[in-house]
Design a protein around this ligand. Structure first.
Ligand code: SER
Length: 317
């Protein structure tokens, strides 16, 4: 088989999707890449240093290793993109453009993660439809909308098999997320286990869509394996598993740890971003076109996160 390349492999999503892809396609067939060196790289697991804004680096690896599919996960998340809008534009846009160009030349299939950040203040905020107004006001959001359109362009114009998900906040315990607005829903678990206390950077009533990592990994793989002829909204699908507020998540954690306390100190930047995003999204197109169904809800995700993270942090309670 032609090999698989994952960019941003050391990030929150990459660190969990690479092992699953290796299990599925064979370790030697899945090349992890990042801008920094993977700890322990040089063993049997293929790893390449790639700065996605350097298109020649990307092309060299795709050609040399006969890459047939690219999971393009290298990007800045929403809050850090607001701090560094120029870097975000360069990495999120130029990185994707380079990936699509290489994919066109070498006939690769491409996965691109879009986001609930691709919506904005003029989007309907409840049960946000699949096709709706997308006028985000963040640099992150506008790179995601432009990314969706660029992926569609490469599909329609050049026949590149591009596929994409509008991901909600992703909750996981392996690698921490970096600089996202939804990251509170990960931080809260670390702080709950360590200190039984969390100061949240979003207001108590900020409702956002979320998904537990195992569901997200399955969503990506199922989309990539779906029959292409059935994908009407291929760039990009609304997907969700649950939506809740910080207050509701804290109440769920308290069922396992009655001493857990949450207080609030909203960060104007991240609160400002969250206030422009949907409170809930409608993912019926994903359900209809490739049978998307989440398995984890708030209760089962919280139970599993606490158990796995306690194990990871070696906290005996
Ligand atoms: N989790 C992302 C963020 O908060 C949303 O796509 O930036």
């Amino acid at each position: 088989m032609r090999r698989v390349l994952v960019t941003g492999a050391l990030g929150q999503i990459g660190s969990e999707i690479v092992p699953v892809l290796r299990e599925k396609y064979g370790c030697e067939n899945v090349v992890a890449s990042d801008i920094r060196l993977m700890p322990g790289a040089g063993g049997e697991e293929p790893f390449e240093l790639i700065d996605c804004t350097q298109h020649d680096q990307l092309q060299e690896v795709v050609r040399r290793l006969d890459i047939g599919t690219i999971y393009h996960l290298a990007a800045l998340l929403s809050a850090v993109a607001e701090q560094k809008p120029h870097v975000a534009w360069d990495l999120n846009m130029s990185g994707l453009y380079g990936v699509l160009e290489v994919a066109r030349r070498y006939r690769c299939k491409v996965f691109f993660p879009s986001s609930i950040g691709a919506f904005g203040p003029s989007t309907p905020r409840d049960q946000t439809p699949q096709v709706t107004i997308q006028r985000p006001t963040t640099m992150y959001g506008l790179t995601k909308v432009a990314g969706e359109l660029l992926c569609d362009y490469y599909f329609q114009r050049f026949g590149v098999d591009t596929r994409s998900l509008r991901l909600p906040g992703i909750i996981s315990f392996v690698a921490p997320p970096g600089g996202g607005t939804t990251d509170y829903a990960v931080d809260i678990f670390y702080q709950a286990i360590r200190y039984h206390h969390y100061t949240c950077f979003l207001r108590a009533d900020t409702q956002l869509d979320m998904m537990y990592m195992p569901d997200m990994v399955r969503a990506v793989l199922e989309l990539m394996e779906a029959d292409g002829s059935k994908l009407i909204n291929r760039n990009s699908y609304n997907v969700t598993a649950m939506n809740f507020t910080p207050d509701e998540l804290a109440a769920e954690i308290r069922k396992h740890d009655p001493s857990f306390v949450i207080d609030y100190d909203p960060d104007p930047v991240r609160q400002g971003i969250a206030d422009t995003w949907p409170r809930s999204i409608d993912d019926s197109a994903a359900q209809d076109e490739w049978n998307w169904q989440p398995r984890y809800d708030l209760a089962s995700m919280t139970e599993d996160m606490l158990a796995k993270l306690r194990q990871k942090l070696r906290t005996v309670r």
